[in-house]
Design a protein around this ligand. Sequence first.
Ligand code: 44T
Length: 850
Amino acid sequence: MPNSAARAKSARRARRGPREDPARNELVSRSLQSAQQCLLHRDYGTAYVHYLLVLHLAPLLKHVAADSFRFTLFKWASELDSLGRIQDLFNCYEQALELFPDDEVIVNSMGEHLFRMGFRDEAAAQFHRALKLRPDFPEARENFYRVSNWLVERWHFLMLNDRGRNRKYQLAIQRAVREGCSTVLDIGTGTGILGMCAQKTGASEVFACELSKTMYELAREVVSANGMADSIKILHKKSLDMEVPKDIPTRVSLVVTETVDAGLLGESIVESLIHAWRHLLLPPPTGRVIPASATVFTMAVECQDIRRHHRLCVSAVGGLDLTAAGEIRSPVNSSAAVGEVSEPYTTERLSRARGGFTALTPPCRLLDLNFNNLQELEGLCSRETSQLRVQVLEEGVLDALAVWFQLHLDQDNSISTGPHEDTCWEQAIYPVQSPRHFRVQRNDEILVDVSCQDAYLRLCCVAVVRDGQTFRLDRVERSVSVACAQSAEVELCSALASLHTSPDTPLRPFTLESSEIALLNNVSYHSNFRLALDSLLTSLRSARGSQGSEVASGRSPEPFYVLDVSEGFSVLSLMAAQAGSDSTSSCSVRAYSSVEKEQHQVLLRLLARANGVDESVLEFWLTHVEDDSAVFQRPTSEKLWSAIVLDCIEPCGLTRQGMMEKATLARCLLEDGGRIFPERIAVHGLLVESDMLLQESAVQGVEPTLGFNIAPFINQFTVPVHVFLDLSTLECRHLSEPVQLFVLDLMNNSANYTSTNVRVQVSASGRVTAVPFWYQIYLDTDVSVSTFCEDSHWKQAAVVLQHPLSVRAGDWVRLSVRLHKSSMSISALKETGGSPADTTVTEGPVISTA
Ligand code: 44T
C-alpha cells in the first residue's frame, strides 16, 4: 500500500503531467517535424510512421494532431489500396484504432475499404460501430444503408410480413412433428423462424444452417432473444458442406427449407436436397422434406416494360440511325452458350410492370417436382431438353415467358407465386430473344425448349407455328438480319465486331445491360439532349463568329470539344460528333466518350460509320482510370471543353454518388460559354400512403411474428430509401399534388450546401407513409427531361417514414430537405397550428440519394 508521501508525490506528478524527459521530448518534436515534412513531399507512408511514433510517445498530442493524423492515414491507406497491399492497409487501420478507438471517421473509412474489397459483413460491422459512436454521422449512415441492402435483402421483410405464408409453414411443420418427425434441420434459416417453429411445436432436436454471415448472426441473436439458444444449434454453413456426425450427430427426420427464388430452382434447392437425402436425412418415409413438392407454370406475355429493357425498340434516337447496331441483347438469355456471362431469367412483379402486361397464352404446367423423391431430383438435371407447345389465346407481341410456381408444403398447405395472386412474390421472366418483334395470333402455337442446367430451369421460345408453317425465333434469318447488312461498310464493322468469335458467326449480337438498352430506347432523353446540344453549339459558334479571329486569320477553325462521362453505354458523344458534322459551319466537334468495354467501343464506331461520322472525330477518353478526378482533364494542354455530359441519376432513381463533386471539377475545365449537361436538377416528390412500401421496409406491427420476437432484430437493417420503384404502378394513395423539393444547381455549387423547407398541402386524408421522389433534369434553361415519364429508363425512389403521419385534407405538412454532398435527407413535420412552435416533430429519417 503506498504511503501518504508517495501518494502526494504521484498526485503532484499527475498535476504536472507525465514526467519530463528531455530526450523523449526531443524525439517527439523531431518526429513531428519529419511527419510534416513528409506530408509536404507527399510521402504519406513515412509521415504515417512518424505520426504513430509521436502519438505513442506523447499521447497528449492526440487532440492537436488528430486531423493531420487522419489525413495522413487516409492518404496512405488509399496508396496501399491501389498497390494491393491489403494486409498493410488493415494493419494501419488497426494501429490507428488503437490510438483512436472511438474515432468514428476512422472506423467508417475502414468500413469503406472493407466494402470495396468485398468484405461486406465486416464492412457493415464497421459502419454500425461508427454509427453507434455518432448516430448523426451522415457518411456512416449512408454506408450502412447501402451495405444493409446487400446483406439483408428486402424480401426478408416481405416474407416475415406475409402472415399467410408464415401460418402455412407453421401448420405444415406442426403436422410433421406431430406425425413423428422429431429431429429437424432448417436449411437457409434466415432469421431462424422455421427452426423456432419446429422447436416450439415439440421437436426434440433442431439444427439450422445459414450461409450468409450477417443472416447467421442475426438468427443467433433472434434465437437467443426467444430463449432457444440452447435448443437450436445454428451453423454458419452451406448445407452442402455439412456432415454427420461432425455438424449434426445423426441424420434428421425433417428438413424444412424455403431456399427457393422466383424461378424456384435458382437458390440450388435441388442440389441441396440431393445432398440432404444422401447425407443428412433419414431415408423415406421416416425422413421427409417441407416443402413436399412444387408445380411450375409458365405463360407467354406481352409487356412493354420488359421489351424496353431487353430489346432495341427504336430505329433512331436524337437524329442517330441505330439500325446498324443489328441485334442487341440483354445478358438475360436462356439460350446463351455455356460459359457466356448471362443469367437465364430476371425477376419482375408482373402486376407492377409499367403499362401492365397481357397474357398471350393460358398458364401451362411446366414441371412437377417431388422433393421427397431422390431419384426424381437426381434425374432432373440429366433430363434431355424437352419441347413444350403452348397455344396462343390472345394476339400480341411475344415479349417474354413468365414462370411461377406452387409450393406444396404438405398435402393441405400451398403457397402460390403467380402474377394474378395477391402475393409479394416476383415472377421469373425469360425475355424472348429474337431479332424482331414477333406478333403472335390466336391459335398460333409457341414452341418452348425446356431444360435444366446449372440448377436453373432454362426456357427458350424457339419457334411459332402458324397454319402449319414454322417461324424460327432463335436464329437470325437473312430476311430479318436487319437492313443493316446491306451496306458494305457495315458488314466490315460487323466482321470487326465478331473478330473474337468463330469466323462463321455472321453477326455477333451486341450485349448491353438491360438498363443500357432501356436508355437507348428512351427517345425523349436523346431528342432533348440533341436540342440542348444544338443550341449550345449555335451559341458558341455565334460567339466565335463575333470574335471572327480564326476566319480573319485564315486558320482552320478550332473544333468544339465535347466529353461524355456517362456510366455504361451511351451514344451521346456520337450525337455530339454528328451535330458537329451536320453543320454547314466549319466548326466541327471532337467528341470524347468514356465508354469502357471493348464491345461497346466497337458498337459506337460501327454506329459512327453508319451515320456518316468520321471516326477520327470520336475518341475514347481515358478509359479504365481509377481516380475520378483524372477523367476531368483538359482535352489537350491548351484547350478546354465546350461541353461535359454528366449522367447524374442512376436507373434506380438516386443521384449518382459524388455527382456534385464531379460537377465542380468539370466546371473548372469549361471554355467561356461552355456547359455542363445537365445544368440543374429539380427534385420533385409527393406524399403517399402505401402499405406495400411499409411491408418492404420493416417488419410491421407490434404483434410477434408467429409468436416470436423477430422484428426488433431484423428491423435494425431497415433502410429508409426504397429504390427501383415504378411510381406509375405502385399500390398507393396520393395524399398531395407533386411539389418541387429541391434544386441542385450544377453550375453553381455554392448554392447547394443548404437545406430547404417545403410546405405541402394535403389533398386527401390518410396516413403519409412515404415520399416518392424523381427528377426534372434541366439540360439547359429551356430543355428538360423528367425521370418519371412513360419512356423513361429511370425508376423512382421513395423515402419511407418510420412513423406514418396521420393527416386530413387541407392540413399542411412541412418537408425539410437537406443536402449533404450528393446525399439528400428528408424529414416531415405536420403543422398543427399557425406558428412553427406548434409543430410536432413526427419524423426525422436521414435518407441518402447516393
Ligand atoms: N426470395 C423471395 C426468397 N441459403 C429467396 O443465404 C418473396 C424475392 C422473394 N443456407 C420478392 C419477393 C420474394 N445452405 O438467407 C438465405 C440464404 C440461405 C442457404 C445454407 C444452403 N444450401 C442455402 C441456400 C440458401 O437461405 C436463405 C433463403 S434463400 C432465398 C429465398 C417474398 N423477391
